[in-house]
Design a protein around this ligand. Structure first.
Ligand code: ZN
Ligand code: ZN
Length: 348
């Protein structure tokens, strides 16, 4: 089969490699469509180490065959794949929160070969845990690839009572910022604003007609002034930090109304993740601070249903599709700010 193989850090070649066959307990998927994400980009650039030579974890696939002992999964069925596999023994895993596994979770596409290939196997631990998320008939492969990133946003936004929020502000207008905003909107947030310093990106998003209310360039507009003007001075009810810039977290706190929620969705530089915050603001204003780290099965199901129902307009987010043989062109299109790309798909 063909696969995009990481030859060495930063160097990817599309090569012929042996097609895997499913061992006992495993499921072999034909990858129908896969999507590139920011984490993949870091791996492919050589900035993040993984155990495998083939990455890719946002996918829609069809079962080709199953290994001995697999029940309830049949050839021809279509699935998205939950990436996180926990120990399934600790208290968090037992509670269905494998993304918080006390023994550290492993992820498909990082600890096991991923989806930038014609075929991939789902390991027994993943099959047993329920990592295969059924795709409904009629759901396109394109939409199927969006379930994984959207599920992470569904998980993160779970901590925010969007239904009662008048105004949610997302700092960072990459795909993850957009998806967080769309989850807030789908769950009933009154007004959703995306802030980003890249005007070109904001213009592209505005043209997409996603149902997001405001696009603000926070390089030219002072966020504090803008929020004051647009909330009658009270602040926004929720802020999501969706870019790996730690100052956005302390800034976000200043933008919140009383009782507001700050979600630190983006991970920060491992070398320097510390940021000072005004704790009295948290104390006196009864602010809430949340984290968000990957997602679990219930988030995938909810994400799938949001896409399928159209409550999250997923199809509009796909800007490019490349065949697997042009993997490096896809990689470049996603990375280049001059290219108006949001979600870039790879078709094996
Ligand atoms: Zn991803
Ligand atoms: Zn565990």
């Amino acid at each position: 089969m063909k696969a995009a193989v990481i030859v060495k850090p930063g160097v990817i070649e599309v090569r012929d490699v042996p097609t895997p066959s499913p061992a006992s307990g495993e499921v072999l998927l034909k990858v129908d469509m896969a999507a590139l994400c920011g984490t993949d980009q870091r791996v492919l650039r050589g900035e993040k180490d993984v155990d495998v030579a083939i990455v890719g974890h946002e996918l829609a696939g069809t079962v080709v065959s199953v290994g001995e002992g697999v029940t309830g999964v049949k050839a021809g069925e279509r699935y998205a794949v939950q990436t996180v596999i926990g120990c399934n023994d600790c208290s968090m895993c037992v509670a269905g929160r494998q993304n918080l596994c006390e023994n550290g979770f492993k992820a498909i596409g990082y600890a096991w070969n991923g989806a930038f290939a014609e075929y991939m196997t789902i390991p027994k631990a993943g099959v047993d845990q329920g990592c295969l998320i059924p795709l409904p008939d009629g759901m396109s492969d394109d939409l199927g690839t969006l379930i994984e990133p959207l599920s992470c946003c569904v998980n993160g936004m779970r901590y925010l009572p969007c239904e009662t929020m008048k105004h949610v502000l997302i700092l960072g207008a990459g795909i993850i910022g957009v998806l967080n905003g769309l989850v807030a909107k789908a769950r009933g947030a009154g007004c959703v604003t995306l802030m980003d310093p890249m005007q070109k990106r904001l213009d592209m998003l505005e043209r997409m007609e996603l149902g997001i209310d405001h696009f603000v360039n926070n390089r030219v507009t002072d966020p504090l002034e803008w929020v004051k003007d647009h909330t009658g001075g009270r602040g926004v009810d929720g802020v999501v930090v969706a870019a790996s810039v730690k100052q956005l977290a302390s800034q976000g706190l200043k933008l919140l109304a009383r009782g507001g929620h700050l979600s630190v969705f983006a991970g920060m530089s491992k070398q320097d993740p510390v940021e000072a915050m005004d704790l009295n603001r948290i104390h006196y204003l009864e602010l809430n601070v949340h984290g968000a780290n990957s997602s679990v099965r219930r988030d995938y199901i909810e994400a799938r249903d949001l896409l399928q129902s159209g409550k999250v307009p997923g199809r509009k987010l796909v800007t490019h599709t490349f065949p697997l043989v042009d993997f490096n062109a896809a990689f470049a299109a996603q990375a280049d700010p001059e290219v108006d790309s949001l979600k870039v798909l790879i078709q094996p």
